[in-house]
Write a protein that binds this ligand. Structure first.
Ligand code: ZN
Ligand code: FE
Ligand code: FE
Ligand code: ZN
Length: 265
């Protein structure tokens, strides 16, 4: 019953492997579905880690082709969309150009020019207190939740990626975003990529997830694979975390319609 709705394609310029290989990996891991969610194009060149506007039709075509190759395995069409104030209508117009199964809302940019997970920008951490960076990140996540554009939020505490944490209890940073996610009836993903980073922890933290459970926020379990070998990686750890917090179901999507699936084991 596990599925992976957050995998990339080489169009974003920092992932390897053909879509076919991601699907084969999902089948080999015993997953029930896979969903592609590559980084959305932007109307201006903002960075070097997303598909270009010219490649957007190619992305849609790639997914259509791989669906044709595996007619009996459910392959969802998603997109990992950057939440950046001012680009809401751009995202909406991309979303209208195909029959998407879901849109992931991700905060990478906390300030213009600072994608907080980018190792090339790590120097910027030296000029900003960790507390300030965390506040900026969760303020943006709150705005993303309130935008009403997305079906679920990606890697909800990505700001911890490099292990730069404020001192003490982190829960106060989460509260406003959690309230907004619940108010806007959004879901969140448990993203196992955090285990492959310095944070060495699933996104989000247990404390964040406990806050989500208390507010009835639905969850998905995703890998954020940028390589076919990462599809479904560490899903047992994510599943155990979800269950230990109290969760008993996951959320699936078909054409942006949410469907709960109860844990079957
Ligand atoms: Zn990526
Ligand atoms: Fe991301
Ligand atoms: Fe991603
Ligand atoms: Zn992601």
């Amino acid at each position: 019953m596990l599925f992976d709705y957050h995998v990339h394609t080489p169009l974003c310029l920092h992932a390897v492997g053909e879509p076919r290989e991601y699907v084969q990996a999902a089948i080999a891991r015993g997953l029930s579905e896979i969903g592609f969610a590559d980084h959305n194009p932007m109307p201006i060149q903002m960075d070097d880690w997303r598909m270009s506007m010219d490649d957007f039709p190619k992305y849609l075509q790639m997914i259509a082709e791989v669906r044709g190759e595996f007619p009996n395995f459910p392959i969802r069409l998603g997109m990992e969309c950057d939440f950046i104030p001012g680009y809401e209508n751009h995202i909406r117009s991309l979303a209208a150009q195909a029959d998407f199964d879901y849109l992931i809302g991700s905060v990478h940019y906390i300030l213009p020019g600072w994608d907080v997970d980018n190792p090339k920008k790590i120097e910027l951490w030296k000029t900003h207190p960790h507390e300030e960076v965390w506040e900026l990140y969760f303020k943006a996540l709150t705005q993303a939740a309130c935008s009403g554009i997305f079906d679920f939020l990606g890697h909800p505490d990505l700001v911890k990626k490099f292990g730069f944490l404020p001192k003490g209890d982190l829960s106060p940073y989460y509260q406003e975003a959690l309230d907004a996610i619940a108010d806007h009836k959004l879901a969140i993903e448990l993203n196992t990529a955090g285990l492959r980073k310095d944070a060495n922890e699933i996104y989000p933290s247990r404390a964040f997830l406990e806050g989500a459970f208390k507010r009835d926020i639905p969850i998905l379990i995703n890998s954020d694979a940028h390589d076919p070998s990462e599809v479904g990686q560490d899903f047992d750890a994510a599943f155990n975390l979800a269950r230990s917090v109290g969760y008993s179901s996951l959320l699936r999507f078909e054409k942006r319609r949410p469907i709960f699936v109860g844990f079957s084991y």
